[in-house]
Structure formats: structure tokens, C-alpha cells
Design a protein around this ligand. Sequence first.
Ligand code: LLP
Length: 422
Amino acid sequence: MDHFQYADGRLHAEAVPLSTIAEAVGTPFYCYSTATLERHFRAFETAFADMAPTICFAVKSNSNIAVLRFLAGLGAGADVVSGGETTRALAAGVPADRIVYSGVGKTAEEVAAALKAGIWQINLESEPELETVARVAQSLGVTATVGIRINPDVDANTHAKISTGKAENKFGIDWMRTREVYARAASMPNIHIVGLALHIGSQLLDLEPYRAAYSRMGQLVETLRADGQTVERLDLGGGLGIGYGPNPSQTPADYAEVVRTALAGLDCELTLEPGRAIAGNAGVLVTKVIYIKEGATRKFAIVDAAMNDLMRPALYDAHHDIVPVAEAAADAHLFDMDVVGPICETGDTFATNRPLPEIKAGDLLALRTAGAYGAVMASMYNARALPPEVLVKDDTFHVVRQRIGVDDMLARESVPDWLTEP
Ligand code: LLP
């Protein structure tokens, strides 16, 4: 359930008509609903209440600082994967001691910034990274609190491009090497090793891979403890899949039950890193139809949003529901349409042969489930602007990121003298 519903024939974000926002900021734009973000965050909190995990929102899914601030106000921490995301989380007011840092290529500079900020935990993804973190911590005279991200070699049964837990993926440390690496970390003076982490992939609609990965993690905890190691924390990653229209979703409650059974009795502090399941259905991308074009074999709605604004369909063949902002009659005739952007690539297609009510130039459409991995993945390809982002609460809205356009780009470019001189 989300808070993008029709009222008085118009699609609203909570109590604000999306057409009102379109008039104020132009199109295309992203719009997020605070009530939906809160509903999803609370669903995790409630489902996991007996395990009281730290819920670190995956900043990569939506890094707008107003969104992060709102979630932090509900008690969320942050899962970050770069120095930039650490800066964003801190700027949004996420307490440093609720920030967990993963990522396969953390540079010494990024590690130093994270340690100086006093972040809660760094998840190590390789043995050379352990050496780097130890060296940086020593040079700063601090102790780094770390977890080992294991690669459990489990197939997450999701899209190949967002699967991360197989042995052939670049993520984590081969689970078979956990004991050696844990022991090495435990022996280092500037390292405080607290536990294990894993993240096997994103948009998981099947819970069995989680069960397999967490069971493996649980067995490793027992092995490590038998070795005399202390294991206090388990970071369970993110990845819970959501409905994008045709596919069914899993609920945080179903997921919690898997965690409860797979990790029962281990007495570890838990961290969760959900992104999509919190932000995905809390956002829409609103676009305006520029032309309706009758092709030889297809009918195209050419809209003013493009693959640079929302990459998921082009990159993963992802489905996003598309609905008119002005409500169609319940018995409206549906026409098969291709919804495409203006970019000069055929990949710039949001939907193919999608049944839609009659639409005409000037109409507004909303691409649903765009709150996660939407604005964060936008680019300025074709010298297009980065779309603005708007946050709604009840009957008010605020532009939480302005449109960043070609003038902003040009202000950062320059031509060398030797090209301008005659
Ligand atoms: N933790 C780690 C270490 C991750 O790498 C990710 C996502 C998450 C948590 C959050 O996963 P979520 O709960 O959002 O599924 N751009 C792709 C998704 C990439 C996910 C990358 N890692 C997409 O649009 O589908």
C-alpha cells in the first residue's frame, strides 16, 4: 500500500494533487511520500520487534538528504557504500554511530573520513581492505570497528546484474576463508572485529536464498565461537523484493520469520539494510506526454522523461506501472502503447505494448515504484537535466532538490586558451 491514490479524478501524493506539483516545478520530477516511507519503515520495525535490529536504510536507493533526515527521525540508521554517501548521511543528520559502511573498493581516503566521523561499523570485503583499514586506523590513532562481509555462495535468484552473493560475484570474502580472516582481524591492534555481514542481492522475491545464506552465517558464528572468537553483531544486508505491478511482493513479516528461524538462539545484535522495500513504492516519476506518434506498427507516447531520469527499464528491463495523473473512467478502452523518452537510443523505452487508456499530448503520466534507484541513478546524458525531487507530507510539498540543468553543467566546463586563441 502506498499513498499515491486517486481523489476527485486526480492522482495525489497524500493530499497533494500531482498536477499541482507539476505546475510548480515543471516535468519530469520525482515525488516522494513521507507517509509511505514511514509505513514501510514501521513495517520492518514491527515485523522484527522481538529482534530489535538497527535498521540502516540503504542510502544508495535514495540519497536525498530530506528523505534521509525523515527516516533518521523515525530512528533509521544508514547503510553507505562510498565517501559521498557517508557525507550525505552525516549531512542529513544520521548519527555516525548508526552508519554502516560496505563496498568493495573503499579507498584509504574514504576509510579515513569514515573513521574520523566515528561511524559505527565498516564491513570488510577483502583481505587487502583489512590491511588498509588497519593502517589508516593506526595512522589516525583510532580503533576501527569492523565486520567481515562474507560471500556465502548462494544464488539470490534475482536479476544477474543485482545478484551479489555467488562465488563469482565481486562482493565479500569467500565464506570458506572466514575463520582465517576473522582471526587475523582479531589479532590486529587497531581493529575491533564485531561480527559478520552479508548481502546476497536485491529485489529478492524468493525467501529461500535468504534462509540458505543466513543458515550458513549462523553455522559460521558457531564455528568462530568454537575457535574462541567473539561474535556480537550480524549485518543481514538488504534486498527484500517488492511488487512492481505484475509480480507479487514479500512482506517484512515473512522475511522476519526466515531470520528468526535461521538465526535463532545466536544472541547477536542484528543490522538490516533495506533500501528498495522502504523507498521503492514511496516515489513516482511524473512526466508529460510531448507527442502521440502513430508508427507503422506501434503507437508511441513520447514523454519528457527519459532513460537518463529512470534507468531501470533500460538497464534491467524493469517493469514500472504507468498510470495517467487524470483518472481514466473505469470502463475506458485500453490501447497498446509504447511509452518512450526523447533520447536517441531505442533503449530509451519505459514500456512496450502497454495497455493504457487514451492519452494525448500534454497529459501527465506517473511511473510508479520509482522511489528507489530512480533519482540516484539519473544522469545528464543528452545534456538533459537531473530531475527535481519533491517531498510530500499531508497537504504540503517541498522541493528537496532543484532541477540541475545544462547551465549548471556549463558552469563547470571550460575551453583551454589554446583552443580559443587564433
Ligand atoms: N546493502 C548492500 C550492501 C547493498 O549492496 C544493497 C544494494 C542494499 C543493502 C540494499 O538493497 P535493497 O534492499 O535496496 O534491495 N540499481 C538496482 C539495485 C542495486 C542494488 C545494489 N545493492 C535496481 O535498480 O534494481
